[in-house]
Write a protein that binds this ligand. Structure first.
Ligand code: FES
Length: 93
């Protein structure tokens, strides 16, 4: 299972930690279907219906499957991630 998602952003979405509710965990969308990027809005639940070896093309609403093709480059599905802990700045080499 994989999906093609049309995204038009050309810059990052910065999150000011000071605006986050203290002690609450936020989920970042990694399925590409959220209507509230960069945050997960639960839209990923539809991906549970996706079949391995298929490539899904969704409408901009993130809910409507426009087309299903055989996936020319199938990959293993990503699994639920572990929480990302704050870390030091990445090193550029
Ligand atoms: S991971 Fe994309 S909506 Fe939840």
């Amino acid at each position: 299972m994989a999906r093609l998602v049309r995204l038009t952003a050309t810059a990052s979405h910065k999150i000011d930690p000071a605006t986050l509710p203290p002690g609450k965990m936020l989920s970042i969308c990694v399925c590409g279907l959220s209507q509230n990027m960069p945050f997960c809005d639960g839209a990923h639940k539809i991906t549970k219906l996706e079949e391995p070896g298929k490539l899904y093309i969704y409408a901009a609403d993130g809910k409507t499957v426009l087309e299903v093709r055989d996936d020319p480059t199938p990959t293993s599905p990503a699994t639920a991630s572990t929480p990302i802990a704050p870390s030091s700045s990445p090193t550029v080499s």
